[in-house]
Design a protein around this ligand. Structure first.
Ligand code: NAD
Ligand code: UDX
Length: 465
């Protein structure tokens, strides 16, 4: 089956970049990305490519090349579904905030709404692709919904989880370690798999396209994120032991990472992992294990989350303790609010919890992030409901310049590893701060020896010296 028309439901951090790359690499396929969020679609259609709703290095160029040629952004979901022979579901699957499984299970209401809309609108056979991260066996629920339309349309359901990381999405999509496609073992299922393999084969070497059954594919996505997050929690657990024992976690990471069985990636100690995926997907894994009665399995993975919470809290606790046990009325400057560098995404960013803890201690916070806008920062804090939004605005200011942000502050806390932080004029920052001037490097990116020479008192995560 030759795919000519693709629809992607969900124009978010995954749908947007993923489909932009498909459109760029497959000029013979018409790709339409649809969303219920009209302002998001309008932003994707913005003539000014610096105003796209998702910031990813290199994405503006790709959208600029394909948009209007074979890449379209629209709110007309019915029409895009009707025209497509392949439909990607790339909607959000957040942790449930209500009812059974609250705080753990994935909320599948957006996926189900998509499936119902596809069922209602479709007049011709279609391949439906799960691009969202979903609990294992979701495909059978989707199948049930699609097969009860009564209009004779045949659907094949594939699982094709996305492994891109934010900040490197374009590179990850252009040059993926692997593409995973799960489908039915029937003839029709295998044909559908082949149709999607053929799309990716336009730019991904065939040996990197892995096909499996649906359940393996669905579960591999949750497993990959759990393993990655587990490495971060493991090294973060050790970072505290390093601080106590005089070891240096950066040296330990290097030493163990050179063992080819361990590998060097994902061993960077930090103030904690953030992002929309790790916590949500592990909680989901824990929930699934519990529903099968596998309590030991659930407890094992839950520990990855608990360690991450601990890491964020101990970072803010350390700031309070070091600043003579009180930060009340003191100004603390945050460098970075995004959950990692090179993205404007702040979902589950460790900065949010660290700020909330310090604001509860009545600190005054001043934030500078190169890409995160002011209203996002306030929305993140307001969402926690710890205090009124007026109080949040009174206690926390957002600045668009790092030197203004750090003026007269008692301490600087590095929450995101943006490269530009390394090249600031730190003498200038020091000169305008209260003394003693403290730096808390939650990402281990600064040259603390040089800062100490200037006069700063430095704390670097995982550094015991
Ligand atoms: P997102 O919130 O940025 O985007 C989802 C979009 O879907 C939103 O714009 C929303 O308006 C839209 N939407 C929801 N219901 C809809 C409906 N019924 N019809 C049309 N549009 C609808 O989310 P995201 O970060 O792109 O994540 C999407 C999925 O991909 C999630 O399951 C996530 O776990 C997974 N994922 C995310 C990443 C990542 O780095 N963000 C990586 C891999 C996988
Ligand atoms: C992750 C997965 O990497 C990706 O494959 C999946 O598709 C989505 O979830 P993402 O959350 O975008 O991607 O970024 P990632 O690079 O994995 O970083 C997640 C968090 O872990 C960030 O807060 C990052 O700063 C932190 N991290 C990562 C560390 O603290 N140390 C590390 O060594 C690596």
């Amino acid at each position: 089956m030759n795919i000519k028309n693709i629809c992607c439901i969900g124009a978010g951090y995954v749908g947007g970049p993923t489909m932009a790359v498909v459109a760029q690499k497959c000029p013979h396929i018409k790709v339409t990305i649809v969303d219920i969020n009209a302002s998001r679609i309008a932003a994707w259609n913005n003539q000014d490519l610096s105003k796209l709703p998702v910031f990813e290095p290199g994405l503006d160029k790709i959208v600029g090349e394909a948009r209007g040629r074979n890449l379209f952004f629209s709110t007309d979901i019915d029409q895009a579904i009707d025209e497509a022979d392949m439909i990607f579901m790339s909607v959000n699957t957040p942790t449930k905030t209500y009812g059974k499984g609250k705080g753990m299970a994935a909320d599948l209401k957006y996926i189900e709404l998509c499936a119902r809309q596809i069922a209602r609108v479709s007049k011709s056979d279609k391949i439906v692709v799960e691009k969202s991260t979903l609990p294992v066996r979701t495909a059978s629920a989707i199948k049930n919904i699609l097969e009860h339309t009564g209009n004779g349309v045949k659907f094949q359901i594939l699982s094709n989880p996305e492994f891109l990381a934010e900040g490197t999405a374009v590179q990850d999509l252009l040059n993926p370690d692997r593409v995973l496609i799960g489908g039915d073992t029937t003839d029709a299922g295998q044909k559908a798999i082949q149709a999607l393999v053929d799309v990716y084969a336009n730019w991904v070497p065939k040996e990197r396209i892995l096909t499996t059954n649906v359940w393996s594919s669905e579960l591999s996505k949750l497993t990959a994120n759990a393993f990655l997050a587990q490495r971060v929690s493991s090294i973060n657990a050790l970072s505290q032991l390093c601080e106590k024992s005089g070891a240096d976690v950066h040296e330990v990471s290097k030493a163990i990472g050179m063992d080819s069985r361990i590998g060097s990636k994902f061993l960077k100690a930090s103030v904690g992992f953030g992002g929309s995926c790790f916590q949500k997907d592990i909680l989901n894994l824990v929930y699934i294990a519990k529903t099968y009665g596998l309590n030991e399995v659930a407890d094992y993975w839950e520990q990855v989350i608990l360690m991450n919470e601990h890491q964020k809290n101990r970072f803010s606790d350390n700031i309070v303790t070091t600043l003579y046990n009180t930060v009340s009325g003191k100004k603390i400057t945050f460098l970075g609010w995004a959950f990692k560098k090179d993205t404007n995404d702040t979902r589950e960013s460790p900065a949010i919890q660290v700020a909330d803890n310090l604001l509860s201690e009545r600190a005054h916070i001043s934030v500078y992030d190169p890409k995160v806008v002011e209203e996002r920062i306030y929305a993140d804090l307001d969402y926690l409901n710890t205090r009124s939004s007026e109080e949040n605005r009174a206690l926390l200011q957002v600045s668009n310049d790092p030197y203004t942000a750090s003026k007269a502050s008692h301490a600087i806390a590095v929450l995101t590893e943006w490269d530009e932080f390394k090249t600031y004029d730190w003498q200038k920052i020091y000169d305008q701060m209260q003394k003693p001037a403290f730096v808390f490097d939650g990402r281990g990116i600064l040259d603390t020896k040089a800062l100490e020479k200037i006069g700063f008192v430095c704390y670097k995560i995982g550094s015991g010296s």
